[in-house]
Unconditional design. Sequence first.
Length: 257
Amino acid sequence: MVEVPGTVAQAAAAFGLDTAVLRPLGGASDSSWDAGSRVLRVGRRARMDIELAALTAASGMLPVPRVIDRAEVGGNSAVLLERLPGQPAADLAHQRPQLARAAGWACGGVHALLARVPAHPGVPPARDAPPGLHGSDGACVLHLDLHPFNVLVSDHAELTGVLDWANAAAGPPVLDRARSWAILTLDPAARARRDQPGWQALADGWAEAAALHDTPAAARAWACRFMLTDLARRYPPSDLRHVNEALAQAEADPSTG
């Protein structure tokens, strides 16, 4: 039997959901739960406000979950979302490696679409963003957690959804590309999957479609610092040594300034 945290149980009760049917949907925060045809998300109220503002802004350009209902539970917000069709691109790549590169291209195409979503007043600027990056004059909504488990694709490797906007911010689109570059190349969980069927083809297709390896050194350095902060509680320093090395290399690049 799945153990449901107290805050999630309270959120489920607010919507009349049976906790017995809830199943965690992965991730480090236990914030997303499978509720059959719907998804239950729970998070701090202020952060949920930002997440939903970004999701709403992006809805005109990308397939994102529709908000069905929202309830306030203590200091948290509970949101009931529609369940989008498709499966995580990582799952398709593993099950059907021959479609992995196409799935990667579908994921990489998200960057260009999201770059056309203007910054929303309810979405704050990305923290510590380097000045002078290309596109800074036209800030857009950033997802900042675009990886193969947050992008859904069809059985034919076509984009069907973009999930989990918990890291949403505003800023130059190159930051989203740099963040995905770091996730696909430096995140220990991604590195552990490199020998899995289809994973490398998916990562290569994504990098090609979004030109991830052409991101400026300043953006790569920012993404490395973001990752070190994000993963500090989940991995010992020894497991993140390669991230620090990538950070040092990016900071030493003459173009970083």
